[in-house]
Every structure is written in structure tokens, then in C-alpha cells.
Design a protein around this ligand. Structure first.
Ligand SMILES: Cc1cc2nc3c(=O)[nH]c(=O)nc-3n(C[C@H](O)[C@H](O)[C@H](O)COP(=O)(O)OP(=O)(O)OC[C@H]3O[C@@H](n4cnc5c(N)ncnc54)[C@H](O)[C@@H]3O)c2cc1C
Length: 417
């Protein structure tokens, strides 16, 4: 246990909790939770807001790290909640296994990523929570329970914002390991992007479009393809041309920390994240926001944001547009059908970004845009409820599971409960 003087990864938020616990066993964790009036689980601190914080105490699972357990017959792996995706990949790949997708950074914890609906990109790829087959959770009284796919509470328990307890173990679906080749195209004309969006995002297993909303072209398109016998590098892409060398998503930045490009095949975990596992940024000079809109509204949503380009670009490092398949997890950004994510990597200008967010959210409101739970958003109207058909079910689940509000915090009271 120690006194918290801790910031999140971006350094824009200082946790207010009075204590942080680092239990070394599950039993110790159970005792800690059972003895707490209010407590919240803390992952790798990559959220950009106060979601993980609590008034009294935090508990981090970094003392519980253990070797991932692969069950080849069930095609699952079980990890402790604090395990980072990069660490998981280093165990899975040599054993001949993989997960279906990864986020842009491999340094985030499995339980923390799953709790907020973290995603990569890919028309056919569900967000990372979509791979969860079971969760082991310490409830408010310190008791351990397991929730499995198919159980009544499962769909509400996976993307759960830390509101149902501390996830000690996560079981994820796995599949045989695979290779991926990554290509970057530059200068995709905006009219072609809007007219052929479906063909572009469907042209590889995972596609990201990077733009700063200025000019007539989308600056970069990153395409990650599983390497099959029929894989071929793509020459032209609706007017965009292959990059003549490796690229960083931000123009002019050295791509040395980016995963290999130029169509060179490599293991899934060395290509699906944009950034290399052995490059470990301990903090970042950036802020992030993201809004997930139903696939059917993607073009209109892009046009709406583009009309704000001259207000957005002075605060922006880059926007990334990604796609994801739908799922049935109650608070997932992709619950109910496929979505397109409009992501903003901001310059570290919290005041200016916070002032602009309501304008962006108003422009996206007609398209039922769901904000990413872990990034900056305004929610000025406090009306997230209308975006999630299972909103009341989730609130009822929280009320039943945690009647005394042990896992409540200011964020949950402001936006959810
Ligand atoms: C550089 C960077 C890149 C990113 N890239 C992506 C991306 O590609 N795609 C994307 O969707 N998001 C992305 N994010 C956002 C990030 O994935 C989410 O914020 C994610 O929740 C971070 O996980 P964490 O472990 O750091 O969580 P934390 O910030 O530590 O916690 C997040 C939430 O998870 C809960 N939690 C953590 N551990 C547990 C546990 N054991 N049991 C129960 N609840 C728990 C916390 O209580 C809190 O509610 C990025 C963030 C950064 C900083």
C-alpha cells in the first residue's frame, strides 16, 4: 500500500485516491476489497479521464502477474487482469497462438482495455472485449465469482467500466498464429475516400485512415493484411499511392518506433499495433478523444467533422478513422452493429480541447455517436442513455451487484449511474 501521487499516462490527470494497494495474491486482493469502503481497480493508467479514479483507494494488479495459461483444446488463454497485451503476445506467438486483433499500442492491460471497449480496426474484427470468454471478478464483499459467455450477466459484465468489481483473470479466445503484412498509402483524395469508403476499409483485414482534416487528401492509409498464399501488395488505392518508405502516423516524425511496413510479413503482434512493443513510452505529449458512429452514418459523420476542420486542426496532431464489427456487449461502443471510430490525437492543450468537444459532439449527435469511455468527451447533455439500448439493464446489474456502491466514483455518477 502507498500514498497516491500518481498521474495517468498522458499526465493530464492526477488520481485523487488516498491509497493504492498492490496485493501479491488473490486472497490478499479479496481481503483488501472486502475491507474497503470505496475502491477502484487501476490498470496501466492509459485512460485520459478520471474513469479509473476513486475517492478512497485504488488497487493495481501488477503484483499478481503470472504466466498466461493456454488451453489448446478450448482455444482460450487465461491471464491475470493486469497483464499487458504485449506480454500476452510474447507468450502466445511462440506457442503457435494469437488473438484476433490488438489496439494501436500493446502496452495496455487486458482488464483495463476490455473494461472500456478498446478496439483496433477491421470490418470483420470485433473490439478486444469481443474475445472475452470468461471473467473472474472480486465483488464488493471480497467474494470471487466467474462470469462466462452464455451466462445471463455476461453481456453486461465485460465492458463494465470497473463498476462490477476487480477482474482478477480474463479468459480470451485464441486462434492459430498468423502473419500480417502492413502497407501504407499516401494522399487518398477526399472525394474518393467518401465515395469508396467501404471498399477501402474492406481492402485489408485492418485499415486506418490518418488525416489532419486539412487539404484535399487523407494523408495516410495504413492497411494490415493477414498473409495468405494470395496476398499481394497493392499498387494504387483509389488515387492514393504506396509510400516510398516507412511512415509515422504524424507527418515528419521518424518512424523508428513504428511496426514494420512496406508489405514485409511478420507475426501478428509485430504488425497489428502501430507502435513496437520494445518502444515503451512512459508518458505522452498528447490527449485523445474518439466517437463511434454506426457504419451506415460513416460518410455523413466524416463530412460533419470535416466541416469543422479549421477549428479542429490547430489543436490536432492527427485523426485516425477505424472500423469495427458489431457485438452484443451492453456498454460496448460497437454494441448492436458495426461502427466507424473517428479518433482525435490532440496536442496537449486540455483547456482548448475541452472547449471544442461540445461542438464536435453536437455535429455528431445526429449520428448517435458514442464517445470512447476512456478518452476525453464532454457529454454536456448527460444523455448517453439514449445511445445504449441496455442502459437500464446495466444500471440494474450494478445496483444488484454492488448495492453499497463500493466501486462507484465521480465519473460513474456523472455519466452512468
Ligand atoms: C497511447 C494510447 C493509445 C491508445 N490506443 C487505443 C486504441 O488503439 N484503441 C482504443 O480503443 N483505445 C486506445 N487507447 C485507450 C485505452 O485503450 C483505454 O483507455 C484502456 O482502457 C486503457 O487500459 P488501462 O489498463 O490503461 O486502463 P486504466 O486507465 O488503468 O483503467 C481503465 C478502466 O478499466 C478499469 N480496470 C482496469 N483494470 C481493471 C481490473 N483489473 N478490473 C476491473 N476494472 C479494471 C478501471 O477501473 C477503469 O475503469 C489508447 C490510449 C493511449 C494512452
Amino acid at each position: 500500500m502507498g500514498v497516491v501521487m500518481l498521474t495517468n499516462w498522458a499526465g493530464n490527470y492526477t488520481y485523487g485516491a488516498a491509497q493504492i494497494h498492490h496485493p501479491r495474491t488473490v486472497e490478499e486482493l479479496q481481503e483488501t476489497v472486502a475491507g474497503a469502503r470505496r475502491i477502484r481497480a487501476l490498470g496501466t493508467r492509459h485512460c485520459f479521464n478520471d474513469l479509473a479514479d476513486g475517492p478512497d483507494a485504488l488497487v493495481a494488479l501488477d503484483g499478481l502477474e503470472s504466466t498466461p495459461e493456454i488451453d489448446a483444446q478450448a482455444r482460450t488463454v487465461t491471464v491475470t487482469g493486469g497483464t499487458r497485451y504485449g506480454t500476452l503476445a510474447q507468450h502466445l506467438h511462440p506457442a503457435g497462438w494469437a488473438v484476433h486483433n490488438l489496439a494501436s499500442l500493446p502496452h495496455i492491460s487486458v482488464a483495463g482495455a476490455v473494461a472500456t471497449g478498446t478496439h483496433g480496426s477491421g470490418d470483420a474484427s470485433r473490439n478486444l472485449a469481443g474475445a472475452v470468454a470468461a471473467l473472474e471478478i472480486v465483488g464488493p464483499d471480497g467474494a470471487l465469482r466467474t462470469v462466462r459467455r452464455g451466462d445471463e450477466d455476461f453481456a453486461g459484465s465485460v465492458v463494465a467500466l470497473g463498476a462490477l468489481g476487480v477482474v482478477t483473470r480474463v479468459t480470451l479466445d485464441i486462434e492459430p498464429t498468423y502473419d500480417v503484412a502492413q502497407e501504407v498509402h499516401v494522399d487518398l483524395p477526399w472525394p474518393a475516400a467518401l465515395e469508396h469508403l467501404d471498399e477501402i476499409t474492406g481492402s485489408a483485414d485492418s485499415v486506418s485512415l490518418f488525416t489532419d482534416w486539412t487539404g484535399d487528401t487523407i494523408q495516410q492509409v495504413w492497411r494490415k493484411s493477414r498473409v495468405t498464399p494470395s496476398y499481394q501488395q497493392r499498387a494504387e488505392l483509389f488515387g492514393a499511392t504506396p509510400a516510398d518508405g516507412p511512415r509515422h502516423p504524424l507527418p515528419g516524425i521518424d518512424p523508428v518506433n513504428c511496426t514494420a511496413q512496406l508489405g514485409e510479413p511478420g507475426p501478428w503482434h509485430d504488425r497489428l499495433p502501430h507502435f513496437r512493443m520494445d518502444f515503451t513510452p512512459s508518458n505522452g505529449d498528447e490527449l485523445q478523444s474518439e466517437f463511434l458512429v454506426p457504419r451506415a452514418h460513416a460518410v455523413q459523420a466524416l463530412e460533419a467533422v470535416r466541416s469543422l476542420g479549421d477549428r479542429i486542426s490547430p489543436l490536432l496532431q492527427v485523426t485516425e478513422v477505424r472500423t469495427m464489427a458489431g457485438d452484443d456487449l451492453w456498454l460496448s461502443g460497437a454494441q448492436g452493429g458495426p461502427r466507424v471510430g473517428l479518433h482525435f490525437t490532440w496536442r496537449p492543450l486540455q483547456r482548448e480541447v475541452t472547449a471544442l468537444l461540445p461542438t464536435i459532439e453536437a455535429a455528431l449527435a445526429p449520428f448517435d455517436a458514442r464517445p470512447h469511455w476512456g478518452k476525453l468527451f464532454a457529454d454536456e447533455g448527460r444523455d448517453l442513455a439514449r445511445l445504449y439500448p441496455h442502459w437500464d439493464d446495466f444500471r440494474a446489474l450494478v445496483a444488484r451487484t454492488d448495492p453499497e456502491g463500493v466501486f462507484r466514483n465521480a465519473y460513474l455518477e456523472r455519466h452512468v449511474l
